[in-house]
Ligand binder design. Structure first.
Ligand code: PLP
Length: 439
């Protein structure tokens, strides 16, 4: 099946908007997946796995070449020596997260980073033992939190608070979150909240959540898997205590790419050199890559913490899993998050507009206001699981790639770096066609 045909009026409008888009050239910097006939698919799955920046292959090959030619000396020599390799990522990541470069570190994967952050920032004491998360949180986050609670000898059934939307609603009202935090103020140790909720696409005001958590005497930590590279972030200003993310979604770092962490500078600063135990934030699970760089290779038994978030690094980073991210961050730097966000609002707004006539068979559950969403829209398909799956499969057969979240949600994300208005028009037309076919 070739590219889905779009309704002529929407297609003309889409093409005019593409022609006027100052970021349209960035699409050419990515490998667009193709169908069996060699035509590009309508790829709307950047919320799951971002596309490959064309520059990634070159950067990975450079490291393979450095390894082949220099072997161990690649740690110190070559275009991008491996010992300080993660520093190639700090500036780009700090730009995207609204942090100082010393507040971010690229390392591990998201859930591992969440555990490392909780080792420092979830320090239950006395009555203050509870963790607030959203009901229906990403499974890995819930597993991480529940296992941390249990690891401290506490009962997750008691210590975990899961805030659900009001009855019949899909979204959590920000005021309801404020209220929940205030209600549990004397027993909350940690509020762990998503920047963008993975299932609904709802985006949250992190500064407001951090303020509420701090007023309650709790730590504010964020999972930014669906936010980084998608929505503007200002973690330093928001006074977040910590944040974690992965890089294979909107950051286009490739499958299993190196993840990242933010630790607010007040925690880095408060960290006495050499101190490695005690109360928050002095405790952390350490490794040699968190040691100050100048003296790391003396291999002394005393741990001297590197300044800033680097102190939380444990192992030397996976260079081959970091190189594609270097390529991607170069593209972000060229495009600029402000311009990307402006295009994102227009692109997702256009999709929302084209989907409205499909109600009630398709309902967009993601908030309508731009400030409360990123680029993803989550669509509820009426008629139950089987009907929803058939619609999803009809989309895929028609060259559209989104994903399915049981029992009735299709997620689609027009990504401003590589999706076009034409992609959106073709997707909407295919969806209308699939529904018209009575699936
Ligand atoms: C919201 C969220 N949290 C956690 C994860 C798990 O990430 P990882 O496998 O990198 O630990 C994902 C992965 O998609 C995610 O979307």
């Amino acid at each position: 099946m070739s590219r889905p045909a779009a309704d002529p009026a929407s297609l003309a409008q889409a093409r005019a908007r593409d022609a006027a888009d100052p970021l349209r050239g960035f699409r050419e910097r990515f490998a667009l997946p193709l169908d069996a006939h060699g035509a590009p698919l309508v790829y709307l799955c950047g919320h799951s796995l971002g596309l490959q920046p064309l520059g990634a292959k070159q950067l990975v090959l450079e490291e393979l070449e450095a390894w082949a030619q220099r072997a161990v000396e690649g740690h110190e020599h070559g275009g991008r020596p491996w010992v300080p390799y993660h520093q190639n990522l700090a500036a780009g990541l700090s730009e995207l997260t609204g942090a100082d470069p010393s507040e971010v570190v690229a390392m591990n994967s998201l859930t591992v980073n969440l555990h490392l952050m909780m080792a420092s920032f979830y320090r239950p004491q006395g009555k203050r033992t509870r963790v607030l998360i959203e009901a229906g949180a990403f499974s890995s986050d819930r597993h991480a939190v529940a296992s941390q609670i249990a690891w401290h000898g506490l009962d997750p059934e008691v210590a975990l608070i899961e805030l659900a939307p009001a009855a019949g609603a899909d979204l959590i009202e920000p005021a309801a979150l404020d209220t929940a935090i205030a209600r549990h103020a004397d027993e909350l140790a940690l509020v762990l909240w998503p920047g963008v909720q993975f299932r609904t696409g709802q985006s949250f005001d992190l500064a407001r959540i951090a303020r509420a958590a701090h007023a309650a005497g709790a730590i504010a930590g964020f999972d930014l898997a669906h936010s980084v590279g998608n929505t503007p972030l200002a973690l330093h200003e928001a006074a977040a205590d910590f944040a974690v993310w992965c890089s294979y979604k909107y950051l286009n770092g490739g499958p299993g790419a190196i993840g990242g962490c933010f630790v607010h500078e007040r925690h880095g600063r408060a960290q006495p050199r050499g101190a490695h135990r005690g109360g928050l934030p002095g405790a952390r699970l350490a490794g040699w890559w968190g040691h100050e760089a100048d003296t790391r290779f003396r291999m002394e038994s005393e741990f001297r913490a590197a300044p800033g978030a680097d102190a939380w690094a444990v192992s030397n980073p996976p260079i081959l899993a970091a190189a594609p991210l270097v390529a991607s961050l170069m593209i972000f730097a060229a495009a600029g998050m402000e311009r990307l966000r402006a295009k994102s609002l227009a692109l997702t707004g256009f999709m929302d507009e084209l989907l409205r006539p499909l109600a009630p068979r398709v309902t967009v559950i993601t908030p309508r206001e731009g400030a409360a969403r990123g680029c993803q829209l989550s669509l509820r398909i009426a008629g139950g699981v089987d009907a929803g799956r058939r619609v999803f499969e009809g989309l895929r057969a028609g060259g559209v790639v989104g994903d399915w979240r049981s029992p009735d949600i299709i997620r689609v994300a027009p990504v401003p770096l590589y999706n076009s208005f034409e992609d959106v028009a073709r997707f909407a037309a295919r969806l209308a066609q699939v529904l018209g076919e009575g699936v």
